[in-house]
Design a protein around this ligand. Structure first.
Ligand code: SF4
Length: 611
């Protein structure tokens, strides 16, 4: 097998050792690149029961095999680690230009291990890789840090940075790069635990030569032509994902007040049109003509002058419906604040809604809140709570553990209000209205997540009630998870690939990488299935109880209220949903991959014990 990619750069923060290694061929042969390759390293190197915040954990950053080639929407990057929030596997996908610059530096996989004795950043230049003191950067917001690093190294330097949330070990801290976040699963917390403030790539952009230039050139021309005219691409350029708010409300799947209802008075203020009046310009990732990023600036009122890239759908929900707020300017302010502090907006909004519900239920007292008024819609108090979470002040210290741990500590039935799967706070789709999404949340190996497998066929058939049925969802959800996993081998962006079919994608891969096995679309499902199965093995090896596929009890016991089309929907049987899913993937009734299936996927070399 011809290997076309870069090297593994391994950095040990405890010893300061830096090594360039070849990519392990056996890993590459099975799991190829991107998320698959990072997973193979993580599985092999992180010992079972390793403390996610200890030196044994690995923080892996990986670029895609087409990053920097000119292929559109192919320059994103992935972070993988063991999550401190869930105790299970973590993967977070992010945009910007860091992925392309990893490739310009000749790095396919950056593996960070150990823990520095004091704050450092990792500097990667043309000829130098070294750890440099970050004493003067520690404590700064992410945007301040980025500015300082660019003053030092110039605008061409690209950095991945944590904010105070990662430094202070909030369990859902993010890694920021150019105001885009690797947000979920606490990847920024792991970076903070290693005393690593930033990774700086100070390399000159260069042309990554395609392996088969003629094939690549023709495929790229066709991709660009198709994207130019694609209506979905145009809509994303115009509005980003804000358009989904109206759709979710119309279909009765927009959760309100911590999933207690589907009705938010004044929700039309959060539709895409409302955000358009704040729009300043578009911003996009490296080599992406879709440029779905919307830069907004607030020109009046209490949030005057605040500028943010985004919010996108999930953040509009997290600081909108989830907390009972309909002021778009407050959402822009929340988005900006979370980016500066290095917080995951989904988890933070979910946690705030959880706290509001506990106040409503009389479980949290005003004494515990330290003077904060946590009634629905009180955005000033919520922004202050985000700061207290970051700095561990008062109730913020507890809420910085995430809803699963906070509920366990609070007791008094608080777990009934904790809307999470496997410890990861749920995003903004109500699974009672769209049950395949519920199944995808439940079975996601990284915990509650909207991007582990997005059941598009169900969303587009939702008006006809396709979302309400429980039968016939298992295979569909398994397939979308498998496809998502394959797409993240390429680390392609679903938005940036609007209108691009598999035949064209296959030609792009072949032209860019020359990798016949990867370009063979007949193999894609097998590669994707290996990834979701190995991620499951990682989790089962760690903690079978925490890894159990489940959903919050609310979705079985409380029919959805005031949710238009989806009013009164409830999940009757998770077992029905799970048994089809397990059956399709060859898992046991407990959701564990069988030896036969592992063998057929070629995964039996991963022994289940780890190092
Ligand atoms: S569509 Fe948006 S998120 Fe995707 S690559 Fe382009 S700019 Fe980045």
């Amino acid at each position: 097998m011809e290997i076309k990619q870069g090297c593994v750069l391994r950095v040990n923060l405890s010893t300061g050792d830096v090594a360039r290694e070849s990519v392990q061929e056996s890993h590459q042969k099975l799991l190829f690149a991107g998320r698959g390759l990072a997973l193979a390293y993580l599985y092999s190197e992180v010992p079972r029961s390793a403390d996610p915040l200890g030196p044994e954990n690995r923080l892996i950053m990986v670029s895609g095999p087409m990053a920097g080639t000119g292929a559109q929407g192919m320059s994103r990057w992935v972070v993988m680690t063991k999550s401190p929030l869930t105790g299970l596997i973590a993967r977070s996908v992010v945009g910007g230009s860091f992925g392309a610059h990893l490739r310009f530096a000749g790095i396919e996989l950056l593996v960070i291990e150990g823990r520095a004795a004091e704050p450092v950043y990792l500097y990667i230049g043309e000829k130098t890789v070294e750890l440099r003191s970050a004493r003067d950067l520690w404590g700064l917001y992410t945007d301040e840090t980025e500015e300082k690093l660019q003053e030092r190294y110039g605008k061409k330097a690209k950095a991945a940075i944590i904010g105070p949330a990662g430094e202070n070990q909030v369990l859902y801290a993010a890694i920021l790069h150019q105001k885009r976040a690797a947000a979920r699963c606490g990847v920024g917390t792991v970076m903070g635990s290693k005393n690593l403030k930033a990774v700086v790539l100070d390399v000159t952009p260069r042309k990554i030569m395609p392996a088969r230039p003629e094939i690549f050139r023709e495929a790229l021309e066709e991709q660009v032509e198709r994207l130019k005219e694609n209506p979905r691409r145009k809509a994303l350029s115009r509005e980003g994902t804000a358009f989904m708010v109206e759709m979710a409300v119309e279909l009765g799947m927009y959760p309100v007040r911590n999933f207690q209802s589907g009705k938010l008075e004044g929700v039309e203020n959060l539709f895409a049109e409302s955000f358009q009046k704040f729009k300043v310009r578009n911003k996009g990732c490296f080599h992406c003509m879709t440029k779905c990023g919307q830069v907004y600036r607030v020109s009046g009122g209490p949030f005057r002058g605040i500028e943010s890239e985004g919010p996108e759908y999930e953040t509009i929900w997290a600081f909108g419906g989830q907390v009972g707020n309909t002021d778009p300017a407050a959402i822009i302010a929340f988005d900006r604040l979370c980016d500066q502090l290095g917080l995951d907006t989904i988890s933070t909004g979910n946690v705030i809604g959880f706290a509001c519900e506990l106040v409503e239920r009389g479980i949290l007292s005003s004494q515990q809140l330290g003077g904060l008024n946590l009634e629905w819609g009180k955005v000033d108090a919520f922004l202050e709570l985000a700061r207290r979470i970051t700095y561990g002040h008062g109730i913020g210290h507890l809420l910085g553990r995430g809803v699963q741990r906070a509920a366990e500590i609070i007791g008094h039935g608080a777990e009934e209000s904790a809307m999470h799967v496997k410890g990861s706070e749920l995003p903004g789709y109500d699974p009672r209205a769209i049950k395949g999404y519920g199944l995808s949340y439940a079975t996601s190996n990284i915990g509650g997540n909207h991007m582990y497998g997005r059941p598009r066929p169900e969303i587009y058939g939702a008006k006809e009630g396709f979302g309400w049925t429980e039968e016939g969802k298992g295979e569909m959800v398994a397939r979308v998870q498998i496809r998502q996993a394959f797409d993240e081998v390429l680390i392609s962006c679903g938005f940036g690939l609007s209108g691009i079919d598999d035949a064209l994608l296959s030609r792009l891969i072949l032209g860019a990488t020359g990798w016949d096995e990867l370009a063979d679309s007949g193999e894609w499902d097998k590669i994707g299935e290996r990834i979701v199965t190995l991620e499951r093995l990682f989790n089962v090896r760690e903690d079978q109880e925490q890894a159990r596929d489940s959903l919050p009890r609310r979705f079985f016991q409380e029919p959805l209220r005031e949710a238009g089309l989806s009013t009164d929907q409830v999940i009757h049987s998770l077992d029905t949903l799970l048994s089809e899913f397990y059956g399709f993937l060859g898992y046991t009734a407990q959701g564990i991959p069988t030896a036969e299936r592992l063998h057929s996927l070629g995964l039996n070399c991963f022994d289940g014990e780890g190092n």
